[in-house]
Design a protein around this ligand. Structure first.
Ligand code: COA
Length: 585
């Protein structure tokens, strides 16, 4: 079937649906929802049988939905209508939520229902909106969209009109959520409530709050079990986060975004909390004590750690749950240090776990953007990533497994390839390319690691096509070693089994020797340093050369500027018409 995606951006859910539908033989083309005229032109050019809107922020023009059936993916249960569906579901502590696929008509979110899926809500004070969207909502949306398409293709299915008198319609129309609905009262709100409010706003828009004499949007909250203090005050800092007392304990805040004082001011963007506060005033955290937490300490009480290690028998699990998968210079250095220390612990396998939401998305573009010299910070950050990748590749003490429980993009994918074995959860999406970031050349030894796994031709197509790849397709291409388990718990269990088997393999010593010899042979053929130098030569041109594309693309990405057109590698209908561009340009 010819299917057009009309979407605000090519976000994770849209990527996943694109992959699932393409794998089932549908011809999918994508148009960003820039304005009515562009959307209408896209529908005319492509002549789709069906339009799907996986992630839209406004209504579809009636000239489109009157002519072609349009399926809206709404992140709410049947009957739920209005924006901020997930925000309300978290704030109202729903125990069950869902996704509905409905047909666009004149009334927002009130069209006939083609399919719906439900899921159990995780504990709301422990689950962020962004996480919920990337996992539960995405899985439910995939099932619901596939079922809706099947029904549509069958031709005889009659979609269900929305009828609130029906006993099984539990959703309701709700108002947009304002900051006044989210406000935290530090004098009365307990830790659970504070966490719930920040979680309901995570990703976007954050909870607006006063802190250290300025207005900030709060993100990335974590519970703290032991620290206490005067409610509302900052009582500790650790790495990139600050700890703020509540009436019955404390919460860690990982990220902040400054509220612009005037609409015409440069728009601030999300930064890690310590970075943001010190950027605002460098003495800001002088009186806030640093509370170090050892990466290797066993900790069962709730607290904030972005890197931690667990050992089970002869296997060590190194977790690095960096917000949004972005790894700044300091985080790369700390992770390398932790990896090197783990390697000394007499274990036979190190498993690189990443985080539950992302494995890694490469260098930290927001911190680079905020630096005094973004070019210098880009250089420092990529060198720190390379040092980490090198430590993994040259480890002769044990095997390393990269366990991708969540998505990875750009340098994050190539960092994973530095491991000896790469496994991914079945639902994972990989973006093994840098080019979308202003023709960034990329480093992390990708010119060594990628062709070694997939061959030269596939390496070129993966890096040039700029398309997302499913874990299954990545395995088929040789990019990773296997993919299994949709469910995160099942994935981790399987990883533990595989790591245990490797650690106790009767031929472990011989296998380790073979890996060491292979690396030495490769080194003889072409030293790692030469790959690094060649890549960094290109990166130097990206960072310091005459062509500013990388800096411009990074600025657009970090400031989340709306798209002005859809790239031709996504808008296939435009590519097919000789690259006919959007009329808005
Ligand atoms: N640095 C800083 N922030 C990053 C980041 C990075 N490298 N990669 C992703 N993010 C942030 C996004 O800004 C977004 O922030 P938000 O919390 O304010 O919404 C969040 O992570 C999620 O990213 P999003 O783009 O919405 O996720 P996605 O799953 O739809 O797309 C990617 C994933 C990897 C395709 C996309 O995020 C991307 O292109 N990232 C940049 C990768 C890159 O070029 N890295 C530098 C070269 S190594």
């Amino acid at each position: 079937m010819k299917i057009l995606f009309l979407t605000h951006s090519f976000n994770s859910l849209t990527q996943r649906l694109f992959i699932e539908l393409s794998a089932r033989g549908h011809t999918v083309s994508i148009e960003f929802d820039i304005n009515d005229a562009v959307a209408i032109q896209a529908a005319e050019l492509f002549q789709p049988e069906l339009i799907i809107a996986p992630f839209l922020k406004r209504a579809i023009p009636d000239t489109i939905w009157r002519r072609t059936p349009c399926f809206i993916v709404h992140p709410g249960i049947v009957g739920d209508r209005g924006p901020a569906a997930l925000d309300w579901a978290i704030m109202q502590e729903k125990t069950e939520w869902g996704v509905t696929v409905l047909q666009a008509n004149a009334e927002m979110d009130a069209g006939d229902i083609w399919a719906a899926e439900t899921f159990a809500m995780p504990p709301v004070y422990l689950t962020r909106k962004s996480s919920l969207y990337r996992h539960e909502v995405t899985e439910a949306a995939v099932s619901a969209v596939l079922r809706a398409i099947e029904r549509f293709a069958a031709g005889h299915f009659r979609p269900q009109p929305l009828d609130y008198s029906c006993g099984d319609v539990h959703g309701r129309l709700h108002a947009p959520m304002r900051q006044t609905d989210r406000v935290i009262d530090w004098k009365t709100d307990d830790t659970r409530t504070v966490l719930k409010k920040i979680n309901a706003a995570d990703g976007f828009p954050g909870v607006l709050d006063a802190l250290c004499g300025a207005q900030w949007y709060l993100f990335d909250a974590h519970p703290e079990a032991h620290l206490t203090g005067t409610p509302g005050t900052l009582i500790a800092r650790r790495n990139n986060a600050v700890c703020r007392a509540t009436v019955d304990g404390a919460v860690w805040l990982g990220h902040l975004k400054r509220k612009a004082r005037q609409p015409e001011d440069a728009q601030p963007f999300k930064l890690s909390a310590t970075y943001a506060l010190q950027h605002y005033a460098d003495t800001m955290l002088n009186d806030v004590p640093e509370m170090v937490c050892d990466v290797f300490a066993a900790s069962h009480a709730a607290t904030y750690r972005d890197i931690w290690f667990e050992q089970k028998n002869a296997v060590g699990y190194l977790h690095f749950a960096f917000y949004n998968g972005a790894m700044d210079t300091g985080q790369c250095e700390r992770l390398r240090q932790a990896y090197l220390q783990a390697a000394q612990r007499g274990i036979k396998v190190i498993v690189l776990m990443g985080g539950a939401d992302f494995w890694s998305n490469g260098i930290h573009l927001n911190h680079i953007e905020a630096a005094e010299s973004p070019a210098d910070e880009s250089w420092r950050n990529i060198n720190a990533m390379n040092d980490l990748a090198q430590a993994i590749m040259t480890n002769e003490r044990q095997f390393t497994i990269a366990a991708l429980q969540a998505n990875a993009g750009a340098g994050g994918v190539f960092l994973a390839l530095a491991a000896d074995v790469v496994y991914a959860r079945e639902s994972v999406i990989l973006n093994p390319h840098y080019k979308s970031m202003g023709n960034l050349y990329g480093s992390e030894y990708w010119t060594y690691l990628l062709p070694k796994r997939v061959g030269r031709d596939k390496a070129i197509s993966l890096t040039q096509n700029r398309l997302p790849v499913s874990a299954g397709a990545a395995h088929a291409a040789g990019l990773i070693d296997a993919s299994f388990a949709l469910d995160r718990t099942a994935f981790i269990k399987k990883i533990e089994n595989l790591a245990g088997q490797l650690a106790h393999a009767p031929d472990y010593a011989a296998r380790l020797q073979r890996k060491i010899q292979q690396r030495r042979n490769d080194e003889q053929e072409k030293p790692l340093q030469r790959y690094r130098d060649e890549e960094l030569h290109q990166m130097q041109l990206n960072f310091y050369g005459f062509d500013p594309s990388y800096h411009v693309a990074r600025y657009h990405f970090v400031h989340k500027l709306p798209h002005a057109w859809t790239p031709l590698y996504l808008a296939r209908h435009r590519a097919l018409c000789g690259g006919k561009t959007n009329i808005s340009r």
